[in-house]
Design a protein around this ligand. Sequence first.
Ligand code: SAM
Length: 337
Amino acid sequence: MRNDNISTKYTVIKNGKIALADLNQQFSEDVLRGLSRSAKALPCKYIYDETGSQLFCRIMELPEYYLTRCETELLEMHKDSIGSLIDGERCNLVELGAGDGKKTKILLEQFLEMGIDFQYCPVDISESAVKQLASELNDKFPTLEMNGLVSDYFDGLRLLSSQNHARTVVLFLGSNIGNFSPQEAEAFLIRLRDSLNHGDLVLIGFDLKKADIGLILRAYNDSSGVTEQFNLNILKRINTELGGNFDIGKFRYLSTWDTQSNAVKSFLVSTCDQTVYIEGLDTSFLFRDGEQLHTESSHKFSEHDLSRMAAKIGFDVIRNFHDSKRYFANTLWKVKK
Ligand SMILES: C[S@@+](CC[C@H](N)C(=O)[O-])C[C@H]1O[C@@H](n2cnc3c(N)ncnc32)[C@H](O)[C@@H]1O
């Protein structure tokens, strides 16, 4: 078992502070809790180690994955308006779940060109993603001030609220918010608002509801099987980091549309009765033939959902931006307290 040589911690990549946190301990606890439930489920954030982050980069290139293309088009179309709306006194531009930051680079380039005074702080649970992004940005934008943080959103927010003297602009792109249930999304947005000051801004990406459910489902079930590999990566991580003995070939990937929650639900399905032992937890888990392990939810939102959420939680909607097909929205909200 390689539990003890995983160094998951807050890592500040450039000019800044270092604080330690044990994400690995949390991984063990969440796996134990998630696999002990009658309806087995694991938080999707654990898909993202180095392999998971690389697989997600491949997902974003897939012809079926319309979300990235739509948000890229949207940002290209509206980058100058977004720049004008966030311009002002110096700010911390904090990105939660930054990933490879490919789309963010559109905004960073625009903001630098406009002479906006900011420091960029990408936060991501995937250490490899933050390191890779920091190195790319150092090369591409040598004048960019940057502090990368390897942490969970909520630890990132806690750090934010302890240091929030400067004006803050938060980016939460790529429909990351869709991975939360509506209740979790609301709780997350409340914590986000509580971490910020009156007048701070957030730009959030939402994948919008569409009549064509087939289009949505294809984005999560590509013909080349990359999404399946992405979801299976969570079992591989458990094997590598917690000493599990999952036989990956005995699970298949399933994605379904849940009308009630307006979400794609992704599962790994056991193809036989089997027992999996996880050395790091010293526990065995029984999987029945056909039993589902929930790995990810991807909720879709209406325009009305966005304005209702903003009003309920305490944000003023500054402006909604769309791609040309209106498949995707980025909404700019201002904190009111
Ligand atoms: C769906 S990808 C989107 C990446 C990027 N925002 C984009 O639009 O391309 C989600 C990213 O958020 C990170 N992530 C997921 N859950 C997280 C969490 N709870 N805390 C911090 N980062 C998280 C993942 O590592 C991954 O890089």
